[in-house]
Design a protein around this ligand. Structure first.
Ligand SMILES: Cc1ncc(COP(=O)(O)O)c(C=O)c1O
Length: 385
């Protein structure tokens, strides 16, 4: 799939000045990423810096309550608190080996910006992060963390002041500074090679989970569930199970109110279009993108998910803010694990599936921990008594 096309989705829909650098990146990736040296350096950093492998945890209390066996892949336990570090390490190593001195990245919830700041500090690369003003305000602690690690954080004030605007700003910077800069894209989105490269770096999640699940139960799960912003933790989980008899479920940000397939749910309700260099599913302009979780506030989605939807390999559903917040609280209370608001969408979907009773075993990707969301949660719940 050298042009990056996923059955018509994907591709490299970018202006001329970006064609050549993306081609160079694709070549560097194809040549270097599979070499033993690269793989062993990456493996070492994933283990010693990031904390892999992450555990597979059987959520017995939640399982007892809803009548299905629910297992959590604990990406929330990684350094930085989310799966984003898997991809950031891979791309930063590649950038360094290709002679780049500077990293730029977009971020929504701040988890990818934090992961990029961490690897920038680790590998001695200058780091600049683009973040919408709206997200800077609701993810203040992550902004501070990024700055503490030496990254510059640029507040983006155009458009809706969200993740999509941060991507636009980062793409412009990349076009101006391709000579010395690597754009460390944070999800399985953008022009080729990003969707397949980020997938490959995140697919360690599913490889580990598949082996752990089999070791533990002797079988594969009936269903695999993940939240979908751009779609990297979901593809990272699903990839190892692609050829298996495992049903895939993606939970998108459904925003406020009862019409949960509007808001930030391009797979459940978008149309085919081009955005940020890729052909994929995109929300219509008149839909206001909004989810309680900054990491799911994106009007597009990775092209491989668009393909999965088109061929019926994965079912995508919008989860409302209310449902996600209820799941956030429920996992905290039943298991003593506070999930990220993004991951809470996956928990909510898993609970729905358990209640429906069609699957005996459900594997959920717990993509991140909820520390960054304390302020949002505290504004929603009154726990004073
Ligand atoms: C914890 C967590 N999960 C999920 C996401 C969504 O990204 P993706 O769909 O690429 O996994 C984010 C994005 O910021 C995140 O912070």
């Amino acid at each position: 799939m050298s042009d990056g096309a996923f059955e018509g989705y994907g591709g490299r829909h970018v202006p001329d000045p970006l064609q050549e650098p993306l081609e160079q990146l694709a070549t560097a990736y194809d040549e270097v990423a599979e070499t033993d040296d690269f793989q062993s350096e990456l493996r070492g950093l994933l283990e010693e810096f990031a904390g892999r492998p992450t555990p597979l945890y059987y959520a017995s209390n939640l399982s007892d309550r809803y009548g299905a066996e629910i297992y959590l892949k604990r990406e929330d336990l990684l350094h930085g608190g989310a799966h984003k570090i898997n991809n950031a390490l891979g791309q930063a190593l590649l950038a360094k080996q290709s002679g780049r001195e500077r990293l730029i990245a977009e971020t929504g919830a701040g988890q990818h910006g934090t992961a990029t700041a961490m690897v920038g500090a680790l590998l001695g690369l200058e780091t600049e992060i683009y973040m919408g003003k709206k997200d800077v305000e609701r993810q203040e602690m992550n902004v501070f963390r990024m700055r503490l690690m030496g990254a510059e954080v640029n507040e983006v004030t155009r458009g809706d002041e969200g993740l999509a605007d941060a991507v636009d700003a980062a793409l412009e910077d990349f076009a101006e500074n391709v000579e010395n800069t690597h754009y460390l894209v944070g999800s399985v989105v953008g022009p080729d090679p990003f969707p397949r490269m980020v997938r490959d770096f995140q697919s360690v999640i599913g490889r580990e989970a598949r082996e752990q699940f089999q070791d533990r139960t002797g079988e594969l799960p009936d269903a695999a569930v993940a939240c979908v912003g751009g779609g990297s933790n979901a593809i990272g989980l699903f990839h190892a199970f692609r050829e298996d008899d495992v049903d895939f479920y993606g939970a998108e940000g459904g925003g406020e109110g009862s019409d949960s397939n509007r808001h930030a749910a391009p797979l459940a309700s978008g149309t085919d279009d081009v955005i940020h260099g890729m052909k994929t599913r995109v929300l219509d302009d008149d839909v206001e993108v909004h989810s309680v979780s900054a990491g799911l506030d994106y009007p597009g989605v990775g092209p491989e998910h668009a393909m999965f939807r088109a061929v019926g390999r994965c079912e995508y559903t919008g989860i409302t803010d209310e449902e996600a917040l209820a799941a956030f609280r429920e996992l905290s209370e039943t298991e003593g694990i506070i999930p990220a608001l993004e991951s809470s969408h996956a928990i909510a979907r898993a609970i729905q599936l358990a209640e429906a009773g069609d699957h005996e075993t459900i594997l959920v990707n717990l993509s991140g921990r909820g520390d960054k969301d304390m302020e949002t949660a505290a504004s929603k719940f009154d726990l004073s008594q």
